[in-house]
Design a protein around this ligand. Structure first.
Ligand code: BGC
Length: 412
């Protein structure tokens, strides 16, 4: 690329530009999910409850309209297992019809739907019986995938089973064994539901849950493929940029802890992988060390480090010889100019990766809306669009218009 105007790198016509969002974080009143229970018991880890969230359950047409007017060509969202199968074995046709309308709305606006079958939350009945720590959980997840794909698969452009399949590994990597506060919050959820072991994905014991989630992924993958053989099905991982401050094996060890053997699973049971980088982790012989002195820290509490995008894409490409989708990348900030800077720097890295010949197929920003940021509540703003939590009025931020111009030009 020497001498070329690298800002004018034209991307393939089918490169996907868009935003991501999950059901629980935006829909509101996801009352049949494990998260709803954990938000509403005391003690709780949650700063506030999801409540109405952004009311996207009712306002999906407005959200999709905004994404379309911004010139994006895909829309990544999660369908809620807890709505589709509110009781074990009962699949709600009304809720399947709801999601069919959402999918049809995407297609009508020229947005290719990218569907997450599971974005962290599970139905209460599933959490109560031990979640993905119960030995028959793969059967139950596969049944949900099969039923849903039979009804909705025809409207999907891409699908993933799990969002950040390695989330429990990340939680263990960052925080070690569950703290007394985590244990107390899970115990409160168990007591409220009469469960012996209330199990949520992010706080499950990875030694037990990871092999079961992997089997669930394989079975879910097969079930979706059986319903829609041509639909590309993958999984997404939380992919932070791991940098060793010394010996290369420090980084290798950290990667082994973060990713486990999910890449091996993806080798045999994924048509693509979704990377979701937000920051970097600098590691030494004993684990993660603090961000460098004076480093900019985002509102999410970790280092502002958009270069993580290129580095994790390169890692993914070196370990996985199939297409890579950027299914999430974003920053929590109330300074929208920093969001624009983050996007620019991230896309500089994306351009380098594409020039290097890495098959990257999308840039999907997290998130369209300021939404329910899990235990942090609504105080952390990742969105391109602000939401008034009382009137639900959406306000497009300058960063949305910035990404819109890039997406429309399809050049980075
Ligand atoms: C998750 C989202 C979350 C975002 C920002 C991702 O790890 O998929 O659910 O809101 O990061 O923290």
């Amino acid at each position: 690329m020497a001498g070329a105007d690298i800002r004018s790198l034209r991307l393939p016509r089918d490169f996907l530009w868009g935003t991501a969002i999950s059901g629980h974080q935006s829909e509101g009143n996801n009352t049949n999910s494990d998260s709803w229970v954990r938000e509403n018991v005391r003690p709780t880890l949650f700063a506030e409850r999801s409540g109405d969230a952004c009311d996207s359950y009712h306002r999906y047409a407005e959200d999709i309209g905004i994404a379309a007017r911004l010139g994006f060509n895909c829309y990544r969202f999660g369908i809620e297992w807890s709505r589709i199968e509110p009781n074990q074995g009962f699949f709600s046709n009304a809720e399947l019809d709801h999601y069919a309308r959402v999918l049809e709305m995407c297609c009508a606006h020229g947005l290719k739907p990218i569907i997450t079958f599971n974005h962290f939350t599970v139905p209460i009945w599933f959490a109560v019986r031990g979640g993905f720590e119960a030995s028959d959980s793969p059967d139950l997840f596969a049944a949900y995938c099969a039923h849903t794909a039979q009804h909705l698969g025809g409207l999907m452009h891409l699908a993933t089973t799990f969002n950040e399949a390695n989330i429990a590994l990340l939680v263990q990597f960052l925080y070690g064994a569950p703290s007394p506060a985590v244990q107390a919050a899970l115990a409160a959820a168990a007591q409220a539901t009469g469960s012996r072991h209330f199990s949520s994905i992010a706080f499950a014991d990875p030694a037990i849950a990871t092999p079961l989630m992997q089997e669930a992924h394989r079975r879910g993958y097969a079930a979706i493929k059986a319903a829609r053989p041509n639909l590309p099905v993958g999984l997404t991982l939380t992919t932070q940029d791991i940098q060793s401050l010394g010996e290369p094996e420090w980084a290798e060890r950290a990667r082994a802890r973060l990713y486990g053997d999910w890449i091996n699973v993806a080798h045999t049971h994924a048509d693509f992988i979704g990377v979701q980088p937000y920051t970097r982790f600098r590691v030494n012989a004993s684990g993660i060390v603090a961000a460098p002195q004076g480093a900019e820290v985002t509102d999410a509490g970790y280092e502002f480090y958009p270069q993580a995008l290129a580095n994790t894409i390169r890692w993914a490409h070196a370990t996985f010889d199939k297409p890579i989708y950027v299914t999430e990348n974003g920053v929590a900030t109330d300074d929208d100019a920093r969001r624009i800077a983050f996007i620019n720097q991230a896309l500089d890295g994306l351009r380098d990766c594409i020039v290097e010949g890495i098959p990257v197929r999308s840039y999907i920003y997290w998130s369209l809306l300021d939404n329910f940021e899990w235990t942090s509540g609504f105080s952390k703003h990742f969105g391109l669009v602000a939401v008034d939590l009382t009137t639900f009025r959406r306000t497009v931020k300058p960063s949305a218009l910035h990404l819109s111009r890039i997406a429309r030009a399809n050049r980075i």
